[in-house]
Ligand binder design. Structure first.
Ligand SMILES: [Fe+2]
Length: 354
């Protein structure tokens, strides 16, 4: 390699000459300083890559010279030259950042070998630090891109959940509107579903039911008789007693309601409540004849609320509904038969708020 610059700082002329002769003949550009002061000055001017530094400079302390050279260029290749009895000082210089050392008397082959080795090490360090810098820069750029992507994903997720909520809301509004229309067809007051919803919520709160599940109960109350969409008007509005076949047709409505809602997977709990709102505590209800705590609690609560509102409302077969007290007595009478006793107990505590 040519044009690499070397500086020799050594007070011994013979040593300077030997190093200069070896390295000049190999194509290095060599400067020589026989005092440390001149050496530091020349280094400032020439910016050499390699320095041979004699440990025994008289004008400046070796440790100071090493520190100063490293401060100016921390990648400088610095070879310390001393005598074997100066091993401690050599070690100190190495600790301060010198690359290597040589002991006098110097040998030509060793001088060249150490010079080459120190410069290669310097080159290697330079390349490494460039590569590290490149990696660091790429890392920073990747981190920025990651952050940007994370923000975009967060935003898209928010938009998607908003869309999902809107869609869910629209579905629910449509189905609830349909259920309300069915209430009217069944000759209930238009507010039957709303009444059942309000009563069931009060009972559920009294029973300390989980708040999320209370929301499911409320949705189920709004939709509970949706299955009546498939029941003929002549049966639904019949003023006289139903034949066994007609009663069977009416009984289909809880299961049909659940079937209509089945594709809406987010309504799983709601569907379960709708399907079982005519089960009885004693197991004599429909569609599955479930018994006691085998019936979903939402369905047990709704059953009380639904029955109470049916009792106090006018029906096709009964022009005037029962009074509040008569309905309460009827509910009490059916506790542990038709109704969950715990739901009845809670009902009795909140009925004055209906
Ligand atoms: Fe029903």
């Amino acid at each position: 390699m040519t044009e690499e610059k070397v500086l020799i700082i050594d007070s011994e002329e013979s040593a300077c000459n030997l190093v200069k002769s070896v390295l000049s003949s190999r194509g290095f550009q060599v400067s020589v300083a026989q005092t440390a002061g001149v050496g530091l000055h020349l280094q400032e001017e020439n910016e050499c890559q390699l320095i041979f530094l004699d440990l025994c400079m008289k004008d400046l302390d070796t440790r100071y010279i090493v520190r100063e050279l490293k401060r100016r260029d921390d990648r400088i290749a610095l070879i310390i030259v001393g005598y074997p009895d100066s091993a401690n000082l050599v070690q100190e210089a190495l600790n301060l950042g010198a690359s290597d050392y040589l002991y006098k008397p110097l040998r030509s082959d060793e001088v060249y070998f150490k010079a080459r080795h120190a410069l290669e090490l310097r080159q290697f360090t330079t390349n490494n630090s460039k590569a590290l810098k490149g990696i660091e820069e790429r890392n920073i750029s990747l981190q920025k891109q990651n952050l940007l992507l994370a923000r975009r994903i967060e935003e898209s997720t928010k938009n998607l959940s908003r869309l999902y909520e809107d869609l869910r809301e629209t579905y629910m509004r449509t189905i609830k509107a349909l259920a309300h229309a069915l209430d009217a067809r069944d000759h209930y007051t238009y507010s039957h579903s709303d009444n059942v919803t309000r009563y069931a919520e009060l009972i559920a709160r009294q029973m300390n039911v989980d708040m999320n599940y209370i929301e499911d109960i409320k949705d189920a109350c709004q939709l509970h008789d949706l299955g009546k969409i498939g029941v003929h008007d002549s049966v639904l509005t019949k003023p006289s007693a139903l034949t066994p076949e007609e009663f069977e047709e009416i009984k289909q409505h809880s299961q049909k309601g659940a079937q209509i809602l089945e594709p809406l997977k987010f309504l799983d709990n709601v569907i379960d409540i709708v399907k079982h709102h005519h089960e009885r505590w004693d197991g004599k209800g429909y569609p599955d004849g479930l018994k006691g705590e085998g019936i979903p609690i939402g369905a047990r609560i709704m059953s009380v609320a639904d029955s109470y509102d049916a009792m106090v409302s006018a029906r096709p077969y009964r022009k005037v509904g029962l009074s509040v007290n008569e309905a309460i007595e009827e509910i009490k009478k059916n506790s542990a038969l038709q109704f969950d006793p715990a739901a009845v107990e809670a009902f009795l505590k909140v009925v004055d708020k209906f």
